[in-house]
Design a protein around this ligand. Sequence first.
Ligand code: GLN
Length: 440
Amino acid sequence: KEALKLSKEELKDLKAEINKKAKENKELGGYVEQFLGKDLSDMGDGVPIAIKDNINVKGWEVTCSSKILQGYVSPYNATVIDKMLEAGLSPFGRCNMDEFAMGSSTETSYYGKTLNPHDANRVPGGSSGGSAAVVGAGLAVAALGSDTGGSIRQPAAFCGVVGMKPTYGRVSRLGLVAFSSSLDQIGPITQNVEDAAILYNILAGHDPKDSTSAPVENKKIEINENRKLKIAVIDNYIDEADEDIKNRLNDIIAELEKEGHTIIHKTLMNSKYDVATYYVVATAEASSNLARFDGMRYGNRIEGKDLKETYKLTRAQFGDEVKRRIMLGTFVLSSGYYDAYYLKAQKVRHLIKNEFDKLFAEADLVLTPVTPSTAFEFGSKKDPLEMYLSDIYTISVNLAGVPAISLPVGKDKNNMPIGLQLIAKHFDEQTLFDGAKIVE
Ligand code: GLN
């Protein structure tokens, strides 16, 4: 049922139910400590929406699940929070995440792990793992996440919920702690497509206070599921995915064809190039964005004997994955290496965008798996590169800037959710939601 359409009375019952569940399921770990055990009734009378720990809410701690930001209280609301308040929604609850949104399993959080609501031995995905887990466990009606390389869509797929990344520039980034500024977007994580569209309608729109927000027309989405669509399916992505994902997606594609949609078979550039490009662009931007956490302007300062030692001690609080990214990013931007890495990555990024443009000259939507496997077990991906490969089908979407949605479409042999990804052309969220409703 669409929770965002509930009446005040129905909402009261739902809140009571969520409260009870949240108290009984603290170990689910989707919420960070500052909010565990808090009562939903204290959070205003709107529909409660859980918020990832990298989006500023005035008066709340915003820590990006990092040690370095412990105790930092946000002085202002992100634009998305103001928009939600104006629409009568109530932000409540801080969701766990990978530290500074770097990761695919929420295992890099300073607060510790978040469990997958379908199997406590498996990860919820990441980096918006807490947001997806609380929605999947029924501990929140909906949540906000952020997606730089798949961080909304991959955890949504792992937790069996809907996760949507808008077109780059569609939703304001003001008040989202920047990871990779040319890739980051905030988006909804919900229990169904209709709720995702309702929340998206509230979040979207030009923000003059964000220079990367696009001054384009922003028509309200009204889902129309009576369309016949041209859908490009990416054969090489589907063939590479695990057997159960492949079979489920192929069944859905056959059904769509039967219903009168046109299926076109296509391939995309080998996803290893997307991964390589992403980890140059994202780390370069991250190393620059994270320079501000020096203990002077932001962060938990640790005093040393002089300024240099203070910087050193303060920044040593970053976790291993964040340090790895800062070092990699600093390296690819160093003089003498710029052309070989950063410039080359920008060129490949352009090729990736061109590939999507070509697909959308023929098709309304592109269909792929969200992930190569379903949720994996804790500790099973110790090699960082192996972890990076869990985003192979989501990161090209961020590099191209197009919108995409992850939909739960069934379970694998271990009873873990399977996700399907739809991608639309720039600013065509209308077709994205229409297609999503058709698949749902
Ligand atoms: N997993 C990817 C990374 O670690 C994507 C993260 C994200 O989208 N924030 O960078």
